[in-house]
Design a protein around this ligand. Structure first.
Ligand code: BGC
Length: 336
C-alpha cells in the first residue's frame, strides 16, 4: 500500500463522530431528521388478508410416487388421456385422443373427456379411488379456470374440478396444462434434479409456461401472454400462429427468438425446456435458435401433460390423506 491519501471531505458527507451527529441534529444541520411524527394515526393504505388456499396442489420437490393414476390433457385441439405407472413414468394403457369439440364449451369438452377416459379404462380394472388429474389451458384457482384463451370463454368460473369428476365418476384434480407438463419433466424428465430457475414452454396451439425455482413450481405463470408488438405473444409465435401466418421455420425462429429474449430478460432462466408440437420440429429450426440459457427438448413430447396431471393428482391425493389422518389423530386425542 502506498502513502495514505487524504481527500477533501465534501460538505454533504457523513459526520465523522457521534458527537458530530448530535451536533448536526441539534444545531439544525439535520433538523428534518428524524421526520416529525404525524399527530393523527396513519391509515394503512393496504391490508394483508389471509390467503385462501385456492392454488392447485403443488407436489413437494422430489416427491416419489408409485401406483397408477389417470392423466388427462385438454388442449385447444385435442383431448388426450392415459393411465400412468407413477413409479416408472410409463403409460400402461393406450394413449387415447379425440378432437376438442368446437365450440369447446365446458359441457361439450366434459363429454369428450368422459368418452376418452372410458376408452382408456375399457377392460382395465381400476380402484374407485384411482387418482385422476386433468390439465386445462388456463389459470387454475380453487378448482376452476379464471382465464380461457384457447378454449371457450364459458370455462371461466365453471366448477371444472367438480363437474369433470362427476362426468368420469372419479375424484379429479385440475391443473394448468403447462404446469402439468413441467411437473412431469421435473419429476421424471429433462428438468429432473436441475437447480435454479427452469422454464418449460409448451409451444403448440398456444404457448404455455411452467416456472420452477429449485424444483418448486410457481403455478399459473402464463408467459404465452407476454406482450409483443402490442399483442399477446402466443397470437404471433405459437405453433398455430406460425401456420396461420404461413411463416417458414427461419422467419418464425427469428420472431420466436425475440419472444424468448423477452422471457429471458424478465426471468433469467438457467435452463429452458421446450415441449409441445413445435419442439418436435427442432431439427427444422433449432439451428436459428438464440437463447442465453441452454435449451433442451422435453423428454415426454406427446405425453408430458398426461403424465404431469396424473402425478399432480396422485400427490394431491396423498397429501389429502395425510392431512386427513393428522386431523383424525388430533380429534381422537381430544376425545380420548
Ligand atoms: C393458456 C395457458 C396454456 C397455454 C397452452 C394459453 O393460451 O393461457 O394457460 O397453458 O395456452 O395450452
Amino acid at each position: 500500500m502506498g502513502r495514505r491519501e487524504t481527500w477533501p471531505r465534501p460538505p454533504w458527507g457523513p459526520p465523522r463522530t457521534q458527537s458530530a451527529v448530535s451536533r448536526r441534529v441539534t444545531d439544525g444541520g439535520l433538523r428534518a431528521y428524524p421526520p416529525p411524527m404525524p399527530s393523527d394515526p396513519i391509515e394503512p393504505i393496504a391490508t394483508v388478508l389471509p390467503l385462501e388456499d385456492d392454488d392447485p396442489f403443488i407436489p413437494e420437490v422430489g416427491t416419489r410416487l408409485s401406483g397408477l393414476a389417470l392423466g388427462i390433457d385438454v388442449g385447444g385441439t385435442g383431448v388426450k388421456a392415459a393411465l400412468v405407472d407413477l413409479a416408472t413414468a410409463q403409460l400402461v394403457s393406450p394413449r387415447v385422443r379425440e378432437r376438442t369439440p368446437q365450440p369447446s364449451t365446458p359441457e361439450a369438452v366434459a363429454q369428450t373427456i368422459a368418452s376418452v377416459v372410458a376408452k382408456v379404462l375399457d377392460g382395465i380394472d381400476v380402484p374407485a379411488d384411482l387418482p385422476v388429474g386433468c390439465g386445462l389451458p388456463g389459470v387454475v384457482k380453487a378448482g376452476r379456470l379464471t382465464t380461457a384463451a384457447n378454449i371457450d370463454a364459458g370455462w371461466v368460473d365453471w366448477p371444472a374440478e367438480e363437474r369433470i369428476g362427476e362426468a368420469i365418476g372419479h375424484r379429479t384434480w385440475i391443473i394448468n396444462d403447462a404446469d402439468a407438463a413441467g411437473l412431469a419433466e421435473v419429476a421424471y424428465g429433462a428438468g429432473q434434479g436441475k437447480p435454479g430457475t427452469v422454464i418449460l414452454l409448451t409451444i403448440g396451439t398456444g404457448i404455455g409456461s411452467a416456472v420452477f425455482l429449485d424444483g418448486n413450481l410457481v403455478p399459473n405463470t402464463e408467459f404465452g401472454h407476454l406482450e409483443m408488438h402490442g399483442r399477446g405473444a402466443e397470437t404471433l409465435v405459437s405453433g398455430a400462429a406460425r401456420e396461420r401466418r404461413k411463416l417458414g421455420w427461419k422467419r418464425w425462429a427469428r420472431e420466436f427468438n425475440a419472444y424468448i429474449a423477452r422471457v429471458e430478460l424478465y426471468v433469467c432462466p438457467d435452463l429452458l425446456i421446450y415441449g409441445g408440437g413445435v419442439s418436435k420440429e427442432w431439427s427444422k429450426w433449432g439451428k436459428w435458435s438464440e437463447t442465453k440459457a441452454p435449451v433442451v427438448m422435453a423428454r415426454f413430447l406427446n405425453t408430458s401433460g398426461i403424465m404431469g396431471a396424473a402425478y399432480a393428482a396422485a400427490a394431491a391425493q396423498r397429501a389429502d390423506r395425510a392431512h386427513h389422518a393428522i386431523s383424525q389423530a388430533q380429534a381422537d386425542a381430544l376425545t380420548a
